[in-house]
Design a protein around this ligand. Structure first.
Ligand SMILES: Cc1ncc(COP(=O)(O)O)c(C=O)c1O
Length: 377
């Protein structure tokens, strides 16, 4: 069901991930997977292109219905069919939410974070307030005391990543309820990026943030779990009809309109690809076990509950483990991109074949264990 791309196929299919990486180096950085599209998506896109279905996109009602079906089957969550408003991408959807639906005032972003979270705050002309995770904390949690201090100082929007990239946490219902209690008290609006939600791994549970705070803005897309960012299909999920109207009423240049092919692919992904997704999650679960087995003894990894992106603390081996890995033929994402100034961390993408992951880990471990400790740049 899950079809691996060979190196040659991956170089053509994923020109950013593979093409921006030197020949001979294995890419395990940007969040793309080394797998072919699910067949129902491939077929639907081919049919759409063969049928010249590239006109202006109509209102994307089918996307909301397909998403509601997915939410019911996978998360036992009843979300209205008409709660979704289509948009071009998750980050452009977050920009739209900040501009059209959130109060003025600073925006709180926990770090480490997906780097565009910081950028989108700047793009919308808001002040960014970061709340850093202590890299030595045993469990990666939302630091509610620091978050409350930011609200007390005037912040009125909170940017949540649920599940979290790069920490790999699927926040529990009680953690999310505690956040909702706090944001409710200060009149803070939460924008929750849930693009990684279908990728919760065995042992963890995904809680849609809207089930603990109906005033939140959910932004999601099938693009991450089904490996198709190029089709530019995402959606805002808004429970208040007035919010939906406000977004729909925005002028076209403010809306960053969605793509017809994104709607075609998104509908099929939410509706017809459960078996493919199950095979993917099974593969990711096995790769997670492989990673845990192969990491060297002084590497630190908190349990990976969701996503295919492992957040590794390699401070015991190198201040710049990315540079070490690159010298040994592996490209990783540097931890400092996610939390500026943080040494010794990397994000490793394990959405690939078992053989390729084994080779990535072999090269990384060789590099780390044959380099000097703590000072290697
Ligand atoms: C948390 C998170 N949000 C958003 C995105 C990107 O979404 P889009 O390409 O739809 O803007 C990513 C991509 O990896 C991500 O990890």
């Amino acid at each position: 069901m899950l079809r691996d791309l060979s190196d040659d196929q991956a170089r053509t299919a994923l020109p950013f991930k593979w093409g921006a990486t030197e020949p001979g180096v294995l890419p395990a950085w940007v969040a793309e997977m080394d797998f072919r599209l699910a067949e129902p998506i491939e077929d639907a896109l081919v049919r759409a292109v063969r049928g010249s279905a590239l006109g202006y996109p109509p209102p994307a009602d089918g996307l909301g219905t397909a998403f509601a079906g997915f939410a019911q089957r996978h998360w036992s969550w009843r979300v209205p069919d008409d709660a979704s408003v289509a948009t071009g991408g998750v980050m452009s959807g977050i920009r739209l939410a900040l501009e059209a639906l959130c109060p003025a005032g600073p925006v709180v972003v926990p770090q480490p974070c997906y780097p565009p979270f910081r950028d989108v705050v700047a793009v919308t002309g808001r002040e960014l307030v970061t709340v850093d995770l202590d890299p030595d904390a045993d469990v990666a949690t939302l630091d509610l005391a620091a978050i409350e201090a930011a609200f007390a100082a005037g912040a009125r929007t909170f940017l949540l990543c649920n599940p979290h990239n790069p920490l790999g946490r699927a926040w529990t219902r009680s953690e999310l309820e505690a956040l909702a209690e706090l944001t409710g008290r200060y009149g803070v609006r939460v924008v929750s990026d849930e693009i990684h939600a279908p990728l919760v791994l065995p042992g963890a549970t995904f809680t849609p943030y809207l089930t603990v705070d109906q005033s939140a803005v959910m932004v999601t897309s099938a693009s991450k779990s089904f490996n198709m960012p190029a089709v530019h299909g995402a959606q805002l999920v808004l429970l208040d009809p007035a919010d939906r109207e406000r977004v729909r009423a925005l002028p076209v240049p403010a809306q960053n309109t969605w793509s017809s092919l994104g709607v075609v692919a998104g509908e099929v992904a939410w509706r017809d690809c459960d078996e493919w997704l199950a095979a993917l999650v099974e593969r990711l679960d096995r790769n997670r076990a492989l990673l845990a087995d192969e990491l060297p003894p002084k590497a630190r990894m908190r349990p990976l509950e969701a996503t295919y992106l492992a957040w590794l603390d390699l401070r015991a081996y190198a201040a710049d483990p990315c540079a070490v890995a690159l010298r040994h033929g592996v490209r990783l994402a540097p931890g400092g991109d996610y939390q500026p100034g943080l040494p010794g961390h990397v994000r490793l993408n394990l959405a690939t074949s078992a053989d390729r992951l084994a080779e990535i880990l072999h090269r990384l471990v060789t590099g780390l264990t044959t380099s000097g400790t703590g000072t290697d740049t």
